[in-house]
Design a protein around this ligand. Structure first.
Ligand SMILES: C[S@@+](CC[C@H](N)C(=O)[O-])C[C@H]1O[C@@H](n2cnc3c(N)ncnc32)[C@H](O)[C@@H]1O
Length: 259
């Protein structure tokens, strides 16, 4: 367990541990669950029968709904995956959409996260995106700090350039995946580390300083690092105790947490 004034991270199954998060206390939940594609996570076996995987995501989504404030947001990262013996493409974001609706959420955006560094295919188009489903509890009342995430205008002679506020980053985001060299330099071994800047954008747009940010599938702890770096608080869970050291290292090294 990692515990300080601003962070609480426990090792175990998030389905059980989410029950301990105070109802209505979380401003945003940001997570990348296991995709059921056999990633080498260590303790967790990333190859469940599909109905079991759906049950996992449903149960977690229901508990996240309870933990969120009435104006809270849930960012659920999922991607199309090659699945089964014939490696047919299975669109997990479609399944996630149905699960989020059944849990009571409304969908605000389906963000396309695109990147370059991924395997090249020879028998189909190479996959270059994942989705982040932005779900809210109330379409009339949710946090969206657009001014915190504006980008420079694209065209040089755009009149808005002078003194303009910058452009909306749109629902297509380019953030390269974290490669092995970067992981090595940060002292990380986890197989699927989120790009930190992408999670910082989500934290900035959906929460205020001091707010609580949740990640039920913490992995190497990127969500907690982003939250603490930006003056928020973090709560989350990871089933594999091997990653606790990695999370603690990142909180000390990247978020400068003194613990
Ligand atoms: C896709 S990874 C998350 C990576 C993370 N976003 C990062 O940047 O490092 C999913 C993680 O969920 C963990 N996991 C799987 N089932 C879990 C469960 N029931 N409760 C908590 N963690 C679980 C896996 O061990 C794995 O580390």
């Amino acid at each position: 367990m990692i515990k300080s004034d601003n962070v609480y991270i426990d090792i175990g199954d998030c389905r059980r541990l989410l029950g301990g998060v105070e109802r209505g206390s979380v401003a945003a939940a940001i997570t990348s669950p296991p995709y059921n594609i056999g990633k080498p996570y260590g303790k967790y076996k990333d190859k469940l029968p599909l109905p079991e995987w759906e049950d996992l995501i449903s149960e977690v989504s229901g508990r996240v709904y309870e933990a969120l404030k009435p104006n809270g947001s849930f960012f659920l990262n999922l991607s199309p995956i090659p699945y089964g013996a014939d490696r047919e493409i299975l669109p997990l974001p479609y399944i996630g959409y149905k699960i989020l609706k059944d849990a009571g959420f409304y969908i605000r955006n389906i963000i396309v996260w695109t990147f370059n560094n991924m395997q090249n295919c020879v028998n189909r188009l190479s996959g270059r995106y994942e989705n982040i489903l932005w779900a809210v509890k109330n379409l009339d009342d949710y946090v969206f700090n657009l001014d915190e995430i504006r980008l420079p205008y694209l065209t040089k002679n755009d009149k808005r350039l002078e003194g303009g506020p910058g452009r909306n980053p749109t629902d297509v985001w380019y953030f390269n995946r974290v490669n092995n060299m970067t992981k090595k330099s940060l002292g990380l071994t986890h197989p699927t580390v989120y790009p930190l800047e992408m999670i910082e954008r989500i934290v900035l747009m959906s929460t205020q300083p001091g707010d609580l940010v949740l990640d039920p599938f913490m992995g190497s702890g990127t969500t907690a690092v982003a939250a603490l770096k930006l003056g928020r608080k973090a709560v989350g869970f990871e089933i594999d105790g091997e990653y606790e050291r990695e999370i603690l290292h990142r909180l000390r090294n990247e978020a400068k947490l003194e613990i």
